[in-house]
Design a protein around this ligand. Sequence first.
Ligand code: NAP
Length: 308
Amino acid sequence: MGAIRIAIVGLGKIARDQHLPSIAGNDAFTLAATVSPRGEGLAEVPNFRSLDALLADGPAIDAVALCTPPQVRYDLAAQALGRGLHVFLEKPPGATLAEVVALEGEAASAGVSLFASWHSRYAAGVAPARAWLADKMIRSARITWREDVRVWHPGQAWIWEPGGLGVFDPGINALSIATHILPRPFFLTEGTLSLPANRAAPIAADLSFRDSAGTPITMDLDWRQTGPQTWDIVVETDAGTCTLSKGGAVLTLPDGVEAREDREYAGLYARFAELVQTGQSDVDVAPMRLVADAFLRGHRMVVDAFED
Ligand code: NAP
């Protein structure tokens, strides 16, 4: 198989920061085109104002990476799958669970690969944490994800709209790690979502989960943190404490600290190449299901209005 000719759809922050360098650094791919509604393309490949325009007039492609906000992703993905293209979905994979499940069926019918990516699962500490925890007795887990929304999401109106997830946009990354490293499935028991008076999505959330063995798991999400930022998961076990910090990049176990270089998106593109080459899909909605349950079962509390 020759290099996979891929188009990036949605040339925003994550496409520029991570997808472009990861595609350039992986011989399994060649960037064939971009789609950017504002027309701000790159010098080296053709840019189109819409996926329609790319499919009508563009170069031949094998795959698309959808880096748009989640609210528009289903239609783009369905259109690409319908044209026999492999599809890489940024996280979260859609705006609703049902649309992601529908896409999985559409990919299977089209005989192409669908990858619902979770970049945080590829952070350096996550695989060794999962391996270490596999045979431990877990007593509790605590997730703390506190960051400054003004630093990380300046002016991103979509993130505050329905389907944009608010503080769960980063929070779902923590859940993508927790659902991967904890050996048993867990589920929400109670939660509070703090909604700014002028916004449709939460700015903070305080959640309690438990797993099928009764293990308590808590999650503290807050977008109002200034100063040092916190992206930690602390798991207490019968053999000591396992701490993942810096979003999964640094792992601390009772016998020492492991920290390695950031390879999240390189790992995602290696996985996507493998899926395309072996004719498989990878669609795990577990992190998104927990977020949906928080919206389904959490209390809502109105807090101060938020302005960018
Ligand atoms: P962003 O900077 O707002 O970029 C989104 C891009 O999508 C914009 O360039 C926008 O173009 C484009 N777009 C919107 N509708 C489109 C359509 N119908 N067709 C083609 N392009 C369209 O957002 P982002 O931060 O990159 O986030 C995008 C996704 O990546 C989100 O799901 C987010 O959770 C995920 N993600 C983000 C980060 C991060 O650090 N920012 C990290 C990991 C994952 P216009 O501006 O022209 O409308």
